[in-house]
Design a protein around this ligand. Structure first.
Ligand code: SF4
Length: 85
């Protein structure tokens, strides 16, 4: 286990909260609730960097972003890197 995980705010929360199922209103509300936990998490940046560095992107909310938001973030970073070439 990465050392930073011991300080994670989600240690005190039901892990299922971070894995909403589906794309409907209940799933979106659940993701927002998970993000609220992430916003007060002292290791949010480390968590997000770790999730973005995974070769197979994890599902669920990590580092305050959903899987789709992390995918978009990765795409933007790739585009910025391409623009610099
Ligand atoms: S940012 Fe969110 S998912 Fe990541 S460790 Fe903190 S509370 Fe958990």
């Amino acid at each position: 286990m990465d050392g930073w995980r011991a300080a994670a705010a989600c240690q005190e929360v039901d892990p299922d909260l971070f894995f909403p199922v589906g794309a409907g209103a209940p799933a979106l509300a659940q993701a927002e609730e998970a993000k609220r936990v992430c916003r007060r998490c002292p290791v949010r940046e480390l968590c997000l960097r770790s999730a973005l560095a995974q070769p197979h992107p994890p599902s669920g909310v990590w580092g305050g972003l959903t899987e789709a938001e992390r995918h978009a973030s990765r795409r933007r970073a790739r585009r910025r890197a391409d623009d610099r070439r």
